[in-house]
Write a protein that binds this ligand. Structure first.
Ligand code: A3D
Length: 310
């Protein structure tokens, strides 16, 4: 039996994610969009590349949730993207309405799936997905830390003129300006970056990482990042479907870990076939812990706001 991966929303992130999944031969992909023709057109175009790119994954497009029936994974990328000057929080209410509706359909048609949330504001949308679907918290995972850490790797690679391949970065917290890069858990071939760069340079990299999304939004002038975000989601999906048990920072529901409860926030997670296999509970320093708490408070407050309004 081949894996079935549904991608809801066939815009920049959704379509690029579908392409990455197909090219990695992770399973058959169903692209869905609310606008008729977009998902069908992109899926057909993508499948026409199969002979060239040598993949066997089927790629189909649809507007009907009947076609996501019994998907193993559903990646949610539907919704509005940020425009210049717009914060992730500005997107909150609009995307909450969209994600509320999308998640009802997922719970109905693919009740055993694992949801990878990508739509922003990420942690809040992941928490909304849990509230709407009532799935096990092990099966709702937000993509953010994979991207934020990859961005940090890119900036370190630029600074040190080394390959990003050898860099492992760790960014925790909410996916927003309050994210928490952890330089002491960030290494180049096992060497902590604190041995390779001075504090000022590291702080510059941390700040650029925190504002990484806005930097791309500003350059693109319309739309937001999608190459690295789709790569982050593909890495998570691959770890789940191949039961690799990779440890990737993801936004998940905490139940006492890091001293936090009932809130989605980015932490290191072991990902396998059943979704969240484990949450790696680290001992944080006081400044790191207070940054994580602050991040969690933003998510909690905004989650309350959307639950009052939808
Ligand atoms: P975009 O290219 O606009 O694609 C969104 C797609 O969703 C469009 O094709 C819409 O037609 C479709 N859509 C809208 N409403 C619905 C609906 N109800 N059902 C099905 N499809 C619908 O945006 P994008 O792909 O650039 O970004 C998608 C989302 O991902 C946005 O919310 C972004 O903010 C978010 N995003 C998150 C990250 C993270 O790191 C968490 C990174 C990049 C983008």
């Amino acid at each position: 039996m081949r894996n079935k991966i549904a991608v809801i929303g066939s815009g920049f992130v959704g379509a690029t994610l579908a392409q990455r999944i197909a090219e990695k031969n992770l399973g058959d992909v169903v692209l869905l969009d609310i606008v008729d023709g977009i998902a069908q057109g992109k899926a057909l175009d993508m499948y026409e590349s199969a002979a060239l790119e040598k993949f066997s994954s089927k790629v189909t497009g649809t507007t009907s949730y009947d076609d996501i029936q019994d998907a193993d994974i559903v990646a949610v990328t539907a919704g509005l993207a940020r425009k210049p000057g717009m914060t992730r929080e500005d997107l909150l209410l609009k995307n909450a309405q969209i994600i509320g509706g999308v998640c009802k359909e997922i719970a109905d048609k693919a009740p055993n799936c694992i949801i990878i949330m990508v739509t922003n504001p990420l942690d809040i949308m992941a928490q909304l997905a849990l509230a709407v679907t009532k799935f096990s918290p092990k099966k709702i995972i937000g993509m953010a830390g994979a991207l934020d850490s990859a961005r940090m790797c890119a900036f370190i690679a630029m600074e040190l003129d080394v390959s990003p391949v050898d860099i492992n970065a760790m960014v925790l917290g909410g996916h927003g300006d309050s994210m928490v890069p952890l330089p002491r858990y960030t290494t180049v071939s096992g060497i902590p970056i604190t041995e390779l760069m001075d504090t000022e340079t590291i702080e510059k990299i941390n700040n650029r990482t925190r504002k990484g999304g806005a930097e791309i939004v500003k350059l693109l002038q319309s739309g937001s990042a999608y190459y690295a975000p789709s790569a982050g989601a593909a890495q998570m999906i691959e770890s789940i479907l191949t039961d690799s048990k990779r440890i990737i920072p993801c936004s998940v529901m905490l139940n006492g870990q890091f001293g936090l409860k009932d809130v989605f926030i980015g932490v290191p997670v072991k990902l396998g076939r059943n979704g969240v296999c484990d949450i790696i509970d680290l001992t944080l320093r006081d400044n790191e812990k207070s940054a994580l708490d602050q991040s969690a408070n933003v998510v909690k407050e905004n989650f309350k706001k959307i639950m009052r309004s939808i």
